[in-house]
Structure formats: C-alpha cells, structure tokens
Design a protein around this ligand. Structure first.
Ligand SMILES: [Zn+2]
Length: 195
C-alpha cells in the first residue's frame, strides 16, 4: 500500500524519532508499504517520519542509481557510487564519519522541487538492526553514505532546509511556504500540516 508522504512543515519531521522493538505492531507490513511508497515517489531512501511515524527506521536502495551515473555529474557535485545497496536500517547509530567531505545537491520526497548542496563526510560506520532484528556494523562510502546520512538526519528531526545557507533559505522561502500549505504539484500522494 502506498502511504502519503509527509510534507515539509509537518511537526513529525522535526521530532527526534524513538527506537523500536522487534514486536512493533505490523512491522513487516509497514516495511513493505514503505518500500512501495519510496519506489512510487522515485526515491532512493525513505525514513519513517516521512510517512508520519516518529520511529528510528529508514530504508535505502541505491542499486537503482547504478544506471544514471552520467546525468547526475556536474562541477564539484560529482556523483560517486561504486556499488549500490538495498537495506532496511532499524535503530541505527552512526559510530563515526571519516574521509574528505564532498558536496552534492540533495533532494527530499518531503520537500519536492527543492535541491540543496550539502557537504558530507565520504565514509561512515553504522550499527543497526535489519528487518529480522539481526545486528550489523558496516562501513559505507560515497553515495551510499550520503543517502544514509540524509535519512539518519530525518531520525534526528533534521531536514535539508536545516543545511541551507541564509541566502538559499531566502531564495526558496516562498516555495517552502507553498509546500507547507499544500500548494504543490507532485505525482505522489502527500500529507500536509496545514490543509
Ligand atoms: Zn529526505
């Protein structure tokens, strides 16, 4: 089932999400629904707050990106991905971030039509449990790390807009106000705070 994606301006996107236990009600169905919702929006990642739940869970599928390496490259914003991943991250904890910070222009399903250049470390080490609640500690780099950092931000109540310079913020203010009040044209279903 495709779930509505919570739009910028909704308070759930600003909350720090809480850990869950293996007996979280309807977890398997929720994960299936989140995958379906993410693919329907052409996303490469989706965090639970984006479908209205303040729980520490997100998923990433960067395998989809392996084909469009060419079109995303521009200037200092070089697309970097050697191998895609497909994973569900539950109760994740980023243990360390290392490597040269690099800049890339990110988008977010909750903030349609807004892209923000963000500098992030190239590599991270993360501890999490998967959908079977098996514990893993893994290292990810390049675009995989970036998507994880973006989704992890969601669990901390941090959005692309929090990474903006004051200039960028003033340039997109009208657009953000429109998104918050539901005046936005997207192909996928969204849920707005003020409508
Ligand atoms: Zn996002």
């Amino acid at each position: 089932m495709i779930l509505p994606i919570v739009a910028y301006g909704h308070p759930v996107l600003k909350k720090v999400a809480q850990p869950i236990t293996a007996d979280y009600p309807g977890l398997k169905q929720l994960i299936d629904n989140m995958w379906e919702t993410m693919y329907n929006g052409n996303g490469v990642g989706l965090a639970a707050p984006q479908i209205g739940l303040d729980i520490r869970m997100f998923m990433v599928d960067s395998e989809q990106l392996m084909d469009d390496e060419e079109e995303e490259s521009e200037g200092d914003s070089k697309f970097r991905l050697t191998k895609g991943i497909r994973r569900v991250f539950i109760n994740p904890e980023i243990l360390e971030e290392t490597g040269e910070p690099w800049t890339y222009e990110e988008g977010c399903l909750s903030i349609p039509d807004v892209r923000v250049k963000i500098s992030r470390h190239e590599t991270l080490r993360i501890k999490y449990v998967d959908e079977q609640f098996q514990e893993h500690t893994e290292t990810f780099s390049e675009m995989n790390a970036r998507i994880i950092q973006h989704e992890y931000d969601h669990l901390q109540g941090i959005l692309l807009t929090d990474h903006m310079t004051p200039l960028k913020r003033s340039l997109v203010k009208k657009k953000l106000d429109n998104i918050a009040s539901g005046k936005v044209g997207v192909r996928y279903k969204m849920k707005f705070a003020q409508r």
